[in-house]
Write a protein that binds this ligand. Structure first.
Ligand code: SF4
Length: 368
């Protein structure tokens, strides 16, 4: 196995995600919470259904959005998935407007793949710590400084970062693509998630420079808390997303993408699961296996209105209220400069073509 080179490399100083940013996201999310006045939720659902029809729009929601949004997407002929599958569904669906309930890079990915369609988001300020910690100018300068490396970025990045990358990967396809690059004796500059990067490096032995970004949600799962829960539920399988720290991944019975974990939860031989990923995933897991027990893996809270849970504050900014508002107003339309869009499409298409050639699923970007 090659010696990782990142130890000798000076990485740029990344923007810090501070508590104020998280608090702002939580305060916006609070407005989207479930504290509906009597009849309000049903009125919003009815109004949204009507607006979707009137505007030839389809709702695509990420696995980490609220149960309300996932349910509404399913009821209206939309889709619940990870970001690339959301974009691909949007591509195949005849609707002229895609309403993307998720975080900003998901809206961008939908637009990259569907330039002729209008893409709206309930709140275009909903971001992602991985995206924030990988600004395009820092990433581009780092690539320029290390031209001997093939750049591979996770889907949780901006269109501008994708436009500078050689490959885009989801967590579902990262391992085979990095293995493919290893066979070609290529060295990899990986961004932005350091835990997923380390996991991939450990599995493949490829020489990698790993950008030091992280997901504020997955980073907070605690191995100690999971061990305690395992003692109380010794029959439970531990399902972990590889954006989690190595000591948490080491406890996993199954390490997988969002879609991979949902699939693992279908195992008929297992009735109890400890799940270390964003709890929005429970909607799909419980829908498919209503009699099974799904336990949230313990972790530190993320402040704001969610002291003890591990919800993503930016995903929580999506709700019925701002979904109705954006359909009424047409606000928050995603636009991308055409030269950036075209460049960003290249590494995405490279991944899709790789998946097609190798008959692999791309599903399951973690979180994204
Ligand atoms: S849960 Fe997903 S969207 Fe939220 S910060 Fe983590 S990677 Fe980004």
């Amino acid at each position: 196995m090659s010696v990782p080179a990142e130890k000798q490399i000076a990485f740029p100083v990344l923007p810090q995600i501070d508590q104020q940013q998280l608090d702002e996201a939580w305060s916006k999310a609070a407005r989207q919470g479930a504290d509906y006045a009597p009849g309000e939720r049903e009125a919003l659902r009815t109004r949204i259904k009507q607006l979707l029809q009137e505007q030839d729009a389809v709702l695509v929601a990420h696995y980490y959005t609220s149960d309300d949004l996932q349910q509404l997407a399913e009821e209206t002929g939309g889709y619940v998935a990870d970001s690339l599958e959301m974009a691909r569904f949007g591509n195949e669906h005849p609707a002229s407007t895609l309403v993307v309930a998720g975080v900003f890079f998901m809206g961008e990915t939908a637009k990259i793949l569907n330039p002729e369609k209008r893409v709206l988001m309930p709140d275009s300020g909903a971001t992602c710590s991985l995206d924030l910690e990988c600004p395009a100018e820092l990433f581009s300068a780092f690539c320029d400084a290390h031209p001997e490396y093939t750049s591979v970025v996770y889907a949780n990045t901006s269109a501008a970062v994708k436009a500078r990358a050689d490959w885009v990967v989801t967590s579902g396809i990262a391992l085979p693509i990095i293995q493919h690059l290893a066979e070609r004796k290529e060295k990899v500059l990986w961004a932005p998630d350091r835990h997923l990067g380390s996991y991939v490096q450990q599995q493949t032995g490829v020489e990698m420079l790993i950008w030091p970004g992280s997901c504020v949600v997955h980073e907070r799962f605690k191995a100690e808390g999971i061990r305690k829960l395992q003692q109380r539920y010794p029959q439970a399988q531990v399902l972990v997303h590889p954006e989690s720290p190595a000591e948490v991944v080491a406890l996993a019975d199954v390490v997988g993408s969002t879609t991979g974990l949902i699939k693992a939860s279908l195992n008929p031989a297992v009735q109890q699961f400890i799940v270390a990923t964003e709890p929005g995933i429970f909607y799909k897991m419980k829908q498919a296996s209503p009699t099974k027990l799904f336990l949230e893996a313990p972790g530190g809270g993320l402040g704001g209105s969610c002291e003890s849970c591990l919800r993503c504050p930016w995903m929580a900014m999506n709700g019925l209220r701002n979904l109705a508002e954006v359909l009424e107003s047409g606000a928050n339309e995603i636009t991308i400069a055409e030269d950036i869009r075209r460049k960003a499409l290249i590494p995405i298409k490279r991944m899709l073509e790789f998946a097609r050639r190798h008959q692999l699923a791309i599903r399951g970007q973690g979180n994204a």
